[in-house]
Ligand binder design. Sequence first.
Ligand code: BGC
Length: 773
Amino acid sequence: MTDLMTDTTTTARPASVADLTLDEKASLTSGASFWYTKPIVRAGIPAIMVTDGPHGLRKQREGGDHLGLGDSVPATCFPPAVALGSSWDVDLVHRVGEALGTETSIENVAVLLGPGINIKRSPLCGRNFEYLSEDPIVSGVLGAAIVKGIQSKGVGTSLKHFAANNQENDRMRSSSDVDARPLREIYLRGFQRVVEDAQPWTVMCSYNRINGVYASEDPWLLTQVLRDEWGFEGLVVSDWGAVNERVPSIAAGMDLEMPSSNGATDAQLVAAVQEGSLDESVLDVAAGRVLDLVRKAEAGAGAVEGPLDVDAHHALAREAAGRSIVLLKNALRGPQGPALLPLAKDARIAVIGEFAEKPRYQGAGSSMINPTRLDSALDEIRALATGEVAYARGFSNALSVDADEVAALREEAVGAASVADVAVVFLGLPARLESEGFDRDDIDLPAEQLALLDAVLAANPNTVVVLSNGGVVALPFAERVPAILEAWLLGQAGGGATADVLFGDVNPSAKLTETIPLRLEDTPAYLDFPGEFQHVRYGEGLFVGYRWYDARRMDVAFPFGHGLSYTTFAYGDAAATVTASGDIAVTVTVTNTGDRAGREIVQVYTSLPGGTVQRPVRELKTFASVALEPGETREVALTVRRQDLAYWDIRADRWVVEGGAYAVEVGASSRDIRSSASVDVEGDALQLPLSRSSSMAEVMAHPVVGPVVQAAMAQMMAGMEGLDAIMPEGADASKMMDSFPLGRVGMFAAGGEGGVTPEMIDGLIAMGNAPQQ
Ligand code: BGC
């Protein structure tokens, strides 16, 4: 198979799929191989190449597999989503997107298979390193920035994995059983944002089922929601091997099956059309979308000329990695300080831990990049330091290590730490513990590493921990260790970035896009993960991530949105007003009160105290990354989109903004709110039709019928002297009535003067449902 454009002839091009035979149309809708679509040489339709993704280009040299087994062309390994997301920086993420697009274009690949924006429902998901956040606004806003960046270079993206694919366990069969509100408000919201704001060329449907229906054959998901509601204009591609039955999948809106079925499913489509069980127009639509994708790819081909500027992209990867490292903790060395970090360049440093020498910089599976180069933190610390830098391996990541070796490694590390000014201990998850394709069993660091840390701490209290992990880990040592850097998996230039942050050449500014819990047992999905017998119930509902910990007032190790800097920031009073378009405009001044330049990530949360539907205590709605010189003050202006205030109303089956006084909280983290304002928001009109099963509370709230019924009720209650005798003193008798269905009122208040007849009830319903003038 050849690259884009090279497998064509110069025959006249069809204006549309109308020029193609049935067989040709069917053939367009499945892959030729792992990474190519099928060409139709006769009609001048070339094959195009699509490939992983997401944080670098994994273009396999020949043959192909989707598990990262085969060799691929060297490409820049940018920080995986777990890290890049922690930057909370739309501009930076867009620039990384542009670089990814550049590399994709230079290699003649039409579509880069990313970004992945699934919600981190449980820290156990083996693929969390490929995802951005536990929050849909972070995922949606940053996901859109990546898509725009990549697509600005004339190549496409594949927004994945659509949808509710939040675990790897049994991923090809399991049904994510999730209620309408969390599905819309948590799991689909980010996808909606990316589709509406950035129009990815393709969306990749996931392997799993949603409420019993395979994503790949769900017309509600792929057509009603994605296209009719959100206005998606591109093509839906299957995850590799996600098609269960080809005929229902194409009817549902799943256009391109990948990889190749060697023609088997094409033949099924042809047969279904011939025997009349599939309307040919359905096939025409799917084939037309593949054709559109090919045309877009042709138009964009060659937008960037090679060769790749390896140095420039490595430098960008280093910058992005530096902006992705979260300073979790930085205690003072003594009562007077200074803080342990940043390190002095002439300090005597003991670097400890195998990850310093052999970095874990990306996760395993289909996203594995063959990097153009690879920095180690040890080399880069040595490159920047002017003092003595000793190294001890500390522990081994090998599968089996004998007790003598463990003791010897530990002893060597303690020796190095005890003669150093500071020990920098690199801990993390061995690669075998997290990957695409399976989930983790726990969130613990290996016991051997924790024991090493204790020994080093005893030898030298000035100890910094640097973590390398794709999914969050428990930090039982957080109280005892003075400084902790969460360095995630940082991509190929992570070693240099870590050195930059340790020495203060880069002032850390990243913040957590997911909560670090104290214990696995505290996590929201703990009792419902990974499910059983091919079903996983999303029992925590809306309460994912910080929404859970806040609602239950639980302590966490480090909260969502947390991250420190080597400087400090002061916030002024926030102001919030509703704009003409109905959005909320928020302003707040932020001052850099320290003595070095830094960046603050300003976060805006809202809530609606006393609202009528269940809601989290606070929900992130917007954020901004602001660079400030020492002493500088800036007014930061942020916009909360009106649509992001909406909840999904299950009665009306649509988004509804409830009116009321919204609390707008501006903070440095979800648990460090610096200033609040209140703003009155006018609600959406929502008048549900009245029926016999409407509750009396609903009837009484009705603008037309309500006053009539309220007056009648007052009269009726006044006549019911006996009621007082059976109600406890002080109880509000009307509360008892609130949930009473209108249609049954007659049974209790029927007959006699002032009684309620079925005709009267029907009359009220008709009055309420009559078109309003
Ligand atoms: C993964 C996708 C990936 C595809 C192609 C699948 O197993 O879930 O994320 O893009 O393979 O490699």
